[in-house]
Design a protein around this ligand. Sequence first.
Ligand SMILES: [Zn+2]
Length: 477
Amino acid sequence: MDAKQEIEKLIETKKQEFIDVSNEVWEACETRFALKESVKSFYKVLEKEDFSIDKGIANMDYSFVATYGSGKPVIGILAEYDSLGNLSQVADCGDKRPLVKGGNGHGCGHNLLGTGALAGAVGIKDYMKAHNLKGTIKLFGCPAEESGYGKAFMVRDGVFDCLDIALAWHPADISSVTGASSLAVYQAYFNFKGVAAHASAAPEQGRSALDAAELMNIGVQFLREHIVDSARIHYAFLDAGGESANVVQPTASLFYFVRAKTLDQARNIFRRVENVARGAAMMTGTDLDIDIDCACANYVPNKVLSIMMDENLRNFGSLNLTKEDLEYEKRYFDPLSDAVKEAIYNRTKAAFSDLSEEEIRKIADSPVTDKIFPLVFSDDAPASTDVGDVSWVAPTAQINVACEPQGTPPHSWQWVANGKSDVAHKGMLAAGKTIATTAYDVLTNPNLVEKAKAEHKEMLGGKKFVSGIPTDVMPHQ
Ligand SMILES: [Zn+2]
């Protein structure tokens, strides 16, 4: 048995312990920064496994850094464990059925994400201990990935500055190394305050905050023509003043997202959105408070590390799917529309142009697949992630592992229902094994670390990364 097979076996030995943690976090289904119960499950294992834990990092109660070992290299593994609102769902159920009306659910699979990262950290630690291998492993407990961007605050406060490299993963419906960049984003609340008055009897005494919010939105619609094509601006009304049409609305609040390919672009567009809001306040004689929620940078995959991780994913990313697994996943896969199934076929064909029609059909028609998709570096991912900020302070690689039925999207009831299944757990453990074996490569091959760091240095172009979050903004807990 070689070293990597031994690491794989070490993780397999503790399999049930990891499955229990994942299921506990699924049950707790806490959101944003309020992750009190979820972290307990991690602490229980980490304390037993000889990690020292710093709790409550970067002004967040339920963030942590768990450390094992000493000296160089320092390897960071990223864990998330937050769920989403309004996605409560009965486990293993093939149709949409909330477990708790209006409750939370793990629609992005972060119960698996956090636990797979934990399995990776414990796996490599066990090997280091058995073979007296030097180096440091740090598991980072990162709250509020879905909304609030815990990692971005941790980056701003220097939490990741000690790292030589960082490794991350995310549950998905196919397995591949993430070669695509994500979008940088600024998120902010625009709170307008006016004066209430009878809308008919004394309108001259009123100052409408709702008018201000509407004018801001109109101004931003006109702004859209004059920004780069790849930028995205979205908004939601959090407060429209009230329900009485005969009142001049005294309050109104909007929540805005401004996304672009780089943090500089996003920041520049965000400044213009702020000016539009100020103009709307001036036009209406209202007061404006701009409350920045958070910001994060675009993700830049480190190519040296990503290629290293791709090889390990190909060796340790298999789910060893059984007939029962495929049968189970049919409950989510079979009802998907023809259009979705067509899209699955098209992406499979695009990824595996060397395969025969029959082989492509076989992959695309399977309710779940552990075929590893090719690593493609690109800058066209339309979403944002706070792993982005980490990738600017340390060379970072990230994988997707197929834990979910093909064609089902993140943030769906299907992902919640599937979150305690054998397939989900197999994917989670495959991610842990890939992370741990990549950490082994980093620990035993200083040359690769130097190459990854040289690439990262070149990307920074002599500059030091500056967080998009102003220094006085605290996490919105
Ligand atoms: Zn997610």
